[in-house]
Design a protein around this ligand. Sequence first.
Ligand code: GCB
Length: 610
Amino acid sequence: MESTKYLLSLFLILSFTIFLSAQQPGIINTYNRPSTSLNGYWKYIVDPYENGFYNYRLEAFENQKDPGKNAFFTNSKPDNPSELIEYNFDLSDSLQVPSDWNTQKEKLFYYEGSLWYKKSFDYELEEPSNRLFVHFGASNYKSDVYLNGKKLGRHIGGFTPFSYEITELLDARDNYLVVKVDNKRIKEGVPTLNTDWWNYGGITREVKLIETPSTFINDYFLYLNPQDPTRIQGYVQLKGKQLANQAIEVGIPALSVTLPLITNNEGRAKVDISAKQIRYWSPDDPFLHEVSITSGNDKIKDQIGFRTITTQGSKILLNGSPVFLKGISIHEEKPFKGGRGNSEEDARQLLSWATEMGCNFVRLAHYPHNEHMVRMADQMGLLVWEENPVYWTISWKNPDTYANAARQLEELITRDKNRASVIIWSMANETPASDARTEFLTNLSLLARDMDPSRLISAALEQGRYNNDPLIRTIDDPFASVVDILSFNQYIGWYDGLPDKLSQIKWRIEQDKPVLISEFGAGAKYGLHGDKLTRWTEEYQEFLYEETLKMLSSIPQLQGMSPWILVDFRSPRRVLPRIQDGWNRKGLISEEGKRKKAFYTLQKYYQSKD
Ligand code: GCB
């Protein structure tokens, strides 16, 4: 009897360890895979003391031999009227998924902590030999995921996708998926404690079930060789038990390509296609090729644009020709409604405003935005900068922090590497130069280059004084030697003097690299008018734009800009009554969709650049 108990507890501990380590590298292109949506209302319990996670000795229930019914992930109900259970998902309130919790319930507006979600579902596999995965587009920030009382894993990072296999745990009826989401800001986190945006919590992107054959197409990458744009290169990667010697077919009808491939022992097949008549993707002709990849019973389609993006001295070349990046920075907030943006409609609105302003480029700041944004940019012909949330004062010396930042970057590149619109991977924003920081960012950039040889690397750096002269500015950051595009933020006229200072500033940038001004801007409250040196007026913002554009045109290597920012966005740092009221007012459009005067200044400038 004793030994059976021992074996049982050993089994429980082992099975927890196995499930804990079972996080899957994301299945890519879940966009085009048949799936079953788990979006909609989920039950939730707010748990600031993590009462459903720890017992009263602060030991995690999931590490106990018998977690007991008080562990929320067991989704327990009393078996009889005498039994004490102090929670009940089914009698609790509901939240919409995908969405942040802050803008759905007034009492959760400022909430930063743990909240449990529960969704029940029925599911039967189409084929008994198939596999089933639960896939999350994103959930901010730390997510502990359980199915039917068993831990699937923990995901850290609020803006990238993750999935878990659930085939073995699945019941035909009444499966319960429980997710504890914790958005407490932590010093060692990525991002860290301090940011200038709202820390929206919750399951902010779609959740779906994806059924695949036992061996399936997990990943692929098709890109033009930057040195030889007549070759489409890359790979297809299978996942499953039958990896070696599997037949794969890549079809691109517009190029009359039907390419048979055979996998190696790791389930990978290299792609190398010679195609002379490629219709290159560009903002003028955002042509996407229908691509199909087939292996056994698995078939996946994608819409892929082919283009090259390279640099030559201080030029950026798109398909071999110089391009000037007429950009704007964007936060991922829902137009008009507020809160985290997450739908195709949100993406269309934000990107339409950018094109109306004359942009051919957007900087998706300061973290990976949802997949609708890059898919839509592919279709609309907008070039894209994507960014890892390494922002300000990260814990540069902490190896876990590095591993976290690297994983988030990896998940982003995995998801978006087939999107022609994406031309720049940005490692970080306004990070203070030090040896530890430069090593951290250099390692990230090596990772990005290793995963993706077809794009440019950058980071939003800071400017400095040339020979300590306050009127001559330069870039002396050591990370400048690593990047392909030298980008920096500068706020002369806002945090550094008034806009009438701009005409006195000279630039001496010594690197022979393309220069991109990743931010400049000024706060203005829509509808507030006055003198051009009166803060918060539209006239001040307009004057700053006029003067900044003149100043920047004196930088010989200037190849583009992404001013700060398209739309006013929520930030807890911005508390000035009647002006900010919780909003960063540097938008060219108000949160109600009203265009400020500087919107037209930038529009006119971009029109003149055609
Ligand atoms: C910056 C940051 C950005 C802020 C902006 C501001 O330099 O990169 O996240 O929101 O300035 O408004 O101060």
